[in-house]
Each structure stands twice: as structure tokens, then as C-alpha cells.
Design a protein around this ligand. Sequence first.
Ligand code: HEC
Ligand code: HEC
Ligand code: HEC
Ligand code: HEC
Ligand code: HEC
Ligand code: HEC
Ligand code: HEC
Ligand code: HEC
Ligand code: HEC
Length: 457
Amino acid sequence: MKNHSKTGLQWLKNGLLMPALFCLAAAFAGSSALAAQAQLGAEDMACQQCHDKDDILVKKTEAGESLSLRIPTQAFLQSMHSETSCTDCHEGVDGKDHGKVATPMKSKRDYRLSYQNACTTCHKKNVAEFKDSLHAVLVKEGSDKAPTCSDCHNSHTLRSVKLVEPIANVPCANCHNQIFRAYAEDVHGLERVAKGKSAPLCADCHTAHKIQAASLGDGIKDACLACHKDSVTKHEVWLPNARQHFEAIACPVCHAPFAQRRVNLRMVDRAGGKQIVEKKGVPQFERLTRAADGAAGTPEAGLDSQELRSFLKEFNLEHPGNKTILSGRLEVRSGLQSHQLSEKEFALKDCKVCHQAGAVPFVSVVLSIADQDGLPLLQGVEKEVLTSATSFGSMRGFYAIGSTRIKLLDYLLVLVLLGVLCVPLAHMTAHRLFKNRRDQRNAERQKASPAAGNGAL
Ligand code: HEC
Ligand code: HEC
Ligand code: HEC
Ligand code: HEC
Ligand code: HEC
Ligand code: HEC
Ligand code: HEC
Ligand code: HEC
Ligand code: HEC
């Protein structure tokens, strides 16, 4: 902030400079609107003599780009940084040679990256939050597309982050343009435009600085539920055990009516329930899935249950510490479609869409692990894996490796076996009815075969 870090020497320098610069400033002010503001410090005013001229300073980078060096004084004074001095961020600017001797600049991106630490002194919290985000990790690994602070905030012109008007000014739109366009026309985007601020923008669901891969963890679901507080109660009126459905189904699966859906078998650590991350420098997932896939032939179709089993076995052998299990989840196939949420009248309510043999959402199945950045790596899996419990030789083996049950699959299979044809029933009846029938059937199966007593895959 202005002056708070200045040394005695600088004060002295300013003291001497001040009168001269004051005259200069006055002259400047005479011809512009600056007089009214008169907030620009003397030192900053000196910078602006060159940096806010009409004949715009332009610098050529070695990559051949043109970088305008013009900093509009008016906009700077109206920005949230108006109380901050140029030199608070531009410590390196040397008084004597500056502007006279051209210094080479590799590229705009390179220059921007050189300012990565410029915000730390004043915004510790944001810097700390950002550090572990997916974006920051990508930058660290050399991505030339992932954002640093300056890609989302213009230090010279920034207004309050609360003022995002029109919504197209949201920084995320620069890089995730297609998603932005989908969002702008979905129920939240339209609501936001029509009625102002209450509906979420990107950061309300993803956070601004702690962004992680969208399909990782429960962060987004928790954000939805933080605004839609009574969701569980409201869904439970017609959906038995809504909480459990929420665990196993991403909200857009039902709320983006035209979405294509799929099952994602996420690899998680049994002990912590956390998603397994591919080891650095060891493309283990790809190597092992390829090896497993090759074993029985049909690579296009993806892993069959045998291959999936041998993959998991190999993977666990190479990961002696933790036991990997699969945790199934229904999700939307395309990132765009996750942002085409619609009004509640259009939401998916028909139980048969999911609870029926051959249900479409279960025709597409992938196996996934988080890569080192946190982004998901996907491997196709044959859909029969979900129902292969009927051949219980492979099921037992499967369970032996994962040594726990795949919850999602259990329920699906139970439901398929029962042939539950669910018409929306009053919640209590449906729930009790289902539970009784399931218990009964489980008991019968247990008697018939101890292996199937596992609860089925
Ligand atoms: C809050 C920090 C901050 C303040 C205050 C600040 N700058 Fe900057 N400035 C930056 C950052 C960060 C960059 C890096 C490039 C980018 O992304 O814009 C930059 C870039 C520049 C550039 C290169 C052109 C460009 O836009 O990238 C010029 C010239 C410049 N600043 C001049 C100034 C002047 C003159 C002032 C005072 C009137 C000032 N800056 C105040 C942070 C700041
Ligand atoms: C005498 C005119 C003049 C003054 C005064 C001046 N600059 Fe510059 N500035 C330039 C020119 C010319 C360049 C381009 C130099 C080049 O091509 O390498 C430049 C470049 C820059 C850059 C771009 C990065 C770089 O290093 O090339 C920044 C940032 C910057 N000035 C900040 C400031 C700040 C902050 C002040 C006040 C403390 C200031 N300037 C005062 C003329 C000036
Ligand atoms: C991917 C884009 C993006 C990046 C990168 C980013 N920000 Fe932000 N930042 C935002 C958005 C969007 C908001 C508004 C959040 C909100 O409305 O809750 C924000 C809010 C802020 C705020 C004000 C609110 C608060 O939390 O105090 C500050 C200060 C800030 N950012 C600083 C930084 C700094 C410093 C960095 C670099 C370490 C950074 N930002 C990186 C997008 C970004
Ligand atoms: C010398 C201290 C200082 C530095 C360095 C600094 N800022 Fe700030 N920043 C401030 C002050 C003061 C505010 C005014 C709002 C406040 O009180 O938090 C502010 C406000 C902001 C806001 C708007 C917050 C809001 O509530 O809307 C953002 C975004 C922001 N800064 C980003 C950055 C980024 C990005 C950098 C690094 C390129 C940076 N700042 C460097 C002092 C600083
Ligand atoms: C209402 C909450 C919400 C808002 C607002 C929102 N998103 Fe999303 N976003 C999601 C959900 C949900 C997913 C999918 C998560 C999953 O797979 O479970 C997602 C996924 C993503 C993905 C990953 C896409 C992929 O290919 O897998 C990106 C990138 C993304 N969002 C960016 C944005 C941007 C940029 C904005 C603003 C224009 C935005 N989101 C606004 C909820 C939101
Ligand atoms: C400078 C460009 C840039 C900006 C600005 C930016 N992103 Fe990203 N973002 C990326 C890149 C590059 C990736 C890496 C994955 C990819 O290519 O989609 C990414 C990935 C993501 C992902 C994870 C995608 C997945 O598959 O799950 C999410 C979520 C995301 N961004 C949200 C946001 C949000 C929200 C904002 C605004 C606050 C934002 N991004 C701003 C470049 C950007
Ligand atoms: C199995 C499909 C399904 C899932 C999963 C689902 N919803 Fe819904 N949701 C619906 C249906 C259908 C309605 C409309 C109910 C009605 O007719 O009243 C609805 C209604 C809503 C409403 C409007 C409530 C009201 O009555 O005002 C909100 C908000 C909502 N859902 C949010 C969510 C969130 C957040 C999630 C994820 C945590 C989610 N939904 C998961 C199907 C689903
Ligand atoms: C920042 C708060 C906020 C977040 C986060 C949020 N929403 Fe909303 N949502 C709203 C507001 C406000 C509306 C419009 C008013 C209303 O109907 O409640 C809305 C509307 C909806 C509607 C339409 C309801 C109807 O009556 O037709 C659905 C469905 C919905 N949201 C689902 C979601 C889902 C799914 C997520 C997470 C992916 C989510 N929302 C995240 C605030 C939020
Ligand atoms: C979008 C797909 C989908 C829709 C629509 C859907 N379900 Fe489910 N349902 C699932 C999945 C997936 C599970 C497994 C949840 C788990 O394992 O955690 C499940 C589990 C269940 C369970 C077992 C939960 C428990 O208490 O143990 C019942 C009962 C059930 N659903 C009934 C219904 C009824 C009734 C409807 C219609 C009103 C319905 N479902 C609509 C996908 C769906």
C-alpha cells in the first residue's frame, strides 16, 4: 500500500522530488480531468508522464507480439488499487535507465509469469488458496494456457469483484468460452441476467481460487446444497433416500434434460475414500489398462469384467500401501451439458430411466483415476461389467481384489433383479416396500448361495 513500506531514504528522495513533481502534476492536471482526483502520488504521476501519453508506447516482444504500455490514469484512479503505488508492484523499475534502454521481453505470457509473486504481500489469503488449485498446478507444470492472478484480474483497472456486469465479463469466459455460453442460457445464467445477483456465477460453484477438477470430490454438490438448502427434503417427497441418490448421481444428470449420461467408476482408496492419484512420472494407469485390455482382445469396447479385475489386481500390487476400490457415480458426459441446467419442470423424474434392465445411462461406462494435475484420466469399460454379477465367478474374484462391495452396482443390480418398475410412489410406501422386498430377496439368495450373499455386484 502506498508509502507503508517506504524506507527513510525513499522519503528523503520523495521530499526532494516532491516540489518539482508537484508543478509537473499541476501542469498535467490543467489539461485533464486529473485535478479533481489529485490522488495519484507524485511518484506515480512521474510514471504516468510516459505511461499515459496519447501516442501509445508499444513494446515488441521477441515472440513478435505487441504489448501496449499505456496505463490509463483515470481507470487506475477508479480501480480498487488506486491507493496502491506503481512501485508496490513494480519494484524492479530502475529510475535511471528506465525507458531509455530497451530491455528484452520474451513474450507476453513470460512477462505475466514474472509477476506471479507480485500479489503476495497484500493478498496472502488468496495466494495461499490459489497455490494448490488445479490452475496453479498446471502453471507450475509449464502449461501456457492456465491462468495466473493477472489472467483473471487486471491490476490497473480492477473494480470490486462483486461487480460482474454484464456476466460476460467474468474472467473464466476468456478461456472456457463454450461453457460460458452454455451457462449464460441455462436456468442460473438467465436468472442472473433477469434478476440480478442471487443466481450463481462460475466461482459460486467452483470457487475462484481453489478450483479442482469438476468431477473430483463433492465440492460442487456441496455448493449447490449450500444455496438450495431444502433440497433433500424437497426431493424426498418423491425420491426415496434422496441423500443417497445425491451421493451417486451428479445433479446435472437429472437437471440437464438433454444430457448424455454415463457411469464413472472412480478409483478410490478404501481407507480414506479419496480418489487415487496417478503417481508422478509413472503412467501406471494407462500402461496397466492397456496391458489388461490387450489380454482379451477387444480394445474398442473397453475393459470387460475379467480385464477390469486383472487391472485392479496389478494396480494394487504396485500400490502395496493402499487398497483400491471402485466407487460408481452417474454423471454427465460433456462439460457443456453440465451447464445446461433447466427449470424443475424439465428435470428427470422417471425412475425407469435408471431402474430398468438396459437403462440408457448405464450403457456408457468409464473407469477413471485422477492424473497428477487432478484432471481425470478415463478408460472405457464394457457395460456388461455392471451386470456381470450374474456370472458370479468373476464377481467373487472382483470382490476379493477390491475386498469391498461397489455400492452403486449393488443397488443397481438389486433393482434390476427385482425388476423394480418405479412409478413415482409416495415416498414412505416406496421406501418401505422396496426395503422389505430387497431384504426378503437377499435372504432368499443368501440361503441359495453364500457367495451371492455379498449383496451382488
Ligand atoms: C497491484 C499491482 C500493480 C500496480 C499497483 C501497478 N501495476 Fe503495472 N502491472 C502489474 C502486473 C501484475 C503486470 C503484469 C502484466 C499484466 O499481466 O498486465 C503489470 C504490467 C504493467 C505494464 C506492462 C504493460 C501491461 O499492461 O502489461 C506497465 C507499463 C505497467 N504495469 C505500469 C504501471 C504503472 C505506471 C503503474 C502505476 C500507475 C502500475 N503499473 C501499477 C501490477 C501492478
Ligand atoms: C521517461 C519515460 C518513462 C517513465 C518516467 C517511466 N517509464 Fe516505464 N517504460 C518506458 C518505456 C519507453 C518502456 C519500454 C522500455 C522497453 O522497451 O524496454 C517502459 C516500460 C515499462 C514497463 C514494462 C516492462 C519493462 O520492464 O519493459 C513497466 C512495468 C514500466 N515501464 C513501469 C514504469 C513505472 C512503474 C514507472 C514509474 C516508477 C515508469 N515506468 C516510468 C518509459 C517510461
Ligand atoms: C481463474 C481466475 C482467477 C484467478 C487465477 C485468480 N482469481 Fe482472484 N478472483 C477471481 C474471481 C472470479 C473472484 C470473485 C470471487 C467471488 O465473487 O467470490 C476473485 C476474487 C479475488 C479477490 C477479492 C475477494 C477475496 O477473496 O478477497 C482478491 C483479493 C483476489 N481475487 C486476488 C487474487 C490473487 C492474488 C490471485 C493470484 C494468487 C488471484 N486472485 C487469482 C478469479 C481469479
Ligand atoms: C501493496 C498492496 C497490494 C498489492 C501488492 C496488490 N494489491 Fe490488490 N488490493 C490492494 C488493496 C488495498 C485493495 C483494496 C481492497 C481491499 O481493501 O482489500 C486491493 C484489491 C484487490 C482486488 C479487489 C478485491 C475486491 O474486494 O473486489 C483484487 C482482485 C486484487 N486486489 C488483486 C490483486 C492482484 C492480482 C495483485 C497482484 C498482481 C494485487 N492485487 C496486488 C492492495 C494490493
Ligand atoms: C450451478 C453451478 C455451476 C456453475 C454456475 C458453473 N459450473 Fe462449471 N460445472 C458444474 C458442474 C456440476 C460440473 C460437472 C461436475 C461433475 O462432473 O460432476 C461442472 C463442470 C465444469 C468444468 C469441467 C468440464 C469438463 O469438461 O469436464 C469446467 C471447465 C467448468 N465447469 C467451468 C465453468 C465456468 C467457466 C463457469 C462459468 C461460466 C461454470 N463452470 C459455472 C457446476 C457449475
Ligand atoms: C487463462 C485461461 C483460463 C482462465 C481465465 C480460467 N481457466 Fe479454468 N482451466 C484452464 C485450463 C487450461 C484448464 C485445464 C483443463 C482444460 O484444458 O480444460 C482449466 C481447467 C479448469 C477446470 C477443471 C476442468 C475439469 O476437467 O474438471 C475447471 C473446473 C475450471 N478450469 C474452472 C474455471 C473457472 C471457474 C474460472 C474462472 C474463475 C476459470 N476456470 C478460468 C484455463 C483457464
Ligand atoms: C434423480 C433425479 C434428480 C437428482 C439426482 C437431483 N434432482 Fe433436483 N429435482 C429433480 C426433479 C424431478 C425436480 C422437480 C420436482 C417436482 O416436480 O417438484 C427437482 C427439483 C429441484 C429443485 C427445485 C426445488 C423446488 O421445488 O423448488 C432444485 C433447486 C433442485 N432440484 C436441485 C438439485 C440439486 C442441487 C441436486 C444435486 C444435489 C439435485 N437437484 C439432484 C430431479 C433430481
Ligand atoms: C449461489 C447460489 C446458488 C448455487 C450455488 C446454485 N444455485 Fe441453483 N438456483 C439459485 C437461484 C437464485 C435460482 C433461481 C431461483 C430459484 O428458483 O430458486 C436457482 C435455480 C435453480 C433451479 C431451477 C429451480 C426451479 O424452480 O425451476 C435448479 C434446478 C437449480 N437451481 C439447481 C442447481 C444445481 C444443480 C446447482 C449446483 C450444480 C445449483 N443450483 C447451484 C441459486 C443457486
Ligand atoms: C438418474 C438415475 C436414477 C433415477 C431417475 C432414479 N434413481 Fe433410484 N437409484 C439410482 C442409483 C444410481 C442408485 C444407487 C445409489 C447408491 O448406490 O448409492 C439408486 C438407488 C435407489 C434406491 C435404493 C436406495 C436405498 O435406500 O438403499 C431406491 C429405493 C431407488 N433408487 C428408488 C428410486 C425411485 C422410486 C425413483 C423414481 C422416483 C428413482 N429411484 C429414480 C439412480 C436413479
